[in-house]
Write a protein that binds this ligand. Structure first.
Ligand SMILES: C[S@@+](CC[C@H](N)C(=O)[O-])C[C@H]1O[C@@H](n2cnc3c(N)ncnc32)[C@H](O)[C@@H]1O
Length: 340
């Protein structure tokens, strides 16, 4: 008996933590009138945002979660309430559940926070996610330690899944940009003994990553580089750049800047690789990506992107051959593209 080593499949844990969003995203929709509006007429996201007086970007993220919960549908760019929602969640329906669900607006704290994100398009004040910390470009060592620990737990299984991908056997030098604890770079190095890895992050985070590198016994092949990825020159000489859970922290515009910086620092033939949980092409799910996107809305400036959205971002920087494969047994995919 005792502890077991991690695998590449932690869906049981993901399903558990993401379930915190399932009820409040519906009680928020009930409160702002989504089911009445979409039960009466199909609407685009922008039309519905005007009708409900909410933020359109936040609404598109909320609608993805409602769609993957079976409460709204999307056809030809317009949203409608599903028959189930028109039966049980339309305020004029005989079977309306609002009288019961009403109490959870008060008792489930995430309700008020998601409501605020929807109305303002901004994350709630005073929450403890990492976004507000790293957006300043500097953080205390104590905060870096907390974020590294948080990200290490969250990313262990997907890192093991990504590390098995054959692309890492075809390169000799990788830079893991926005590495957090370094869990991805470390696992990829462990699975690919000929590979050297540079872990890039803000300098306080690199101090934390160095501890994880030492614990993993890969100090000879994995090194850290304390670099602000927006404000400083990137190290060169790598065959590939790897970003896990980094693009989902930022807007399309900021991601285009990151893609451009990557393109400039890579040699011809170099690869950009993104480990992300992908939304479906039409933004209606799956639930695991949609709930994660609510988390990004709640804690960062980003969201979960679809492959077509990543294609647009990466091609805007000059990358070609954008494709994605699922990795491991969890919900992550590896998006790849090449600098011609
Ligand atoms: C969501 S975490 C991802 C960590 C890791 N890749 C993972 O998936 O476990 C985002 C990381 O980006 C880093 N980051 C944010 N802004 C940065 C900047 N300007 N320069 C370098 N790293 C930055 C943060 O410190 C944080 O470690």
């Amino acid at each position: 008996m005792g502890p077991l080593p991690p695998s590449a499949d932690d869906r049981l844990i993901w399903d558990m933590w993401e379930s915190q969003f399932r009820l409040p995203v519906a009680t928020v929709a009930d409160e702002v009138g989504t089911f009445r509006a979409l039960g009466n007429a199909p609407m685009t996201t922008e039309e519905l945002a005007v009708e409900l007086k909410v933020d359109a970007r936040a609404l598109s993220i909320h609608l993805g979660a409602l769609a993957s919960s079976g409460l709204v549908d999307k056809h030809d760019g317009r949203w409608t309430a599903t028959p189930a929602a028109r039966t049980w969640l339309h305020p004029d329906a005989e079977g309306y559940w609002g009288g019961f669900l009403f109490r959870y607006r008060e008792t489930v704290p995430m309700h008020a926070q998601l409501l605020e994100t929807l109305k303002t398009g901004k994350r709630p004040e005073n929450q403890v996610a990492g976004g507000p910390e790293w957006e300043r470009g500097t953080m205390s060592q104590e905060v870096a330690e907390r974020i590294a620990k948080f990200m290490h737990a969250h990313s262990m299984a997907p890192a093991r899944g990504a590390a098995q991908q054959s692309v890492f056997g075809q390169i000799s030098s990788l830079m893991d940009v926005g590495c957090g604890s370094g869990v991805y770079g470390i696992e990829i190095a462990k699975a690919n003994p000929r590979l050297t890895v540079t872990l890039l992050d803000l300098k306080e985070m690199c101090t934390e990553a160095q501890k994880y590198v030492e614990d993993a016994g890969v100090t000879g092949r994995v090194h850290t580089a304390g670099v602000n990825m927006f404000e400083e020159e990137w190290p060169t000489g790598h065959d590939a750049h790897f970003f896990a859970n980094v693009f989902h922290d930022w807007s399309e515009e900021t991601n285009k800047l990151l893609a451009r910086k990557s393109f400039e620092a890579l040699p011809s033939g170099g690869k950009i690789l993104l480990s992300e949980v992908l939304m479906d092409d039409d933004g209606t799910g799956p639930w695991q990506a949609a709930a994660f996107s609510l988390m990004m809305l709640w804690g960062t400036l980003g969201k979960q992107y679809s492959l077509p959205e990543f294609r647009e971002i990466l091609e805007s920087a000059g990358f070609t051959d954008v494709q994605a494969v699922r990795t491991g047994g969890g919900y992550y995919s590896l998006v790849s593209a090449t600098k011609p």
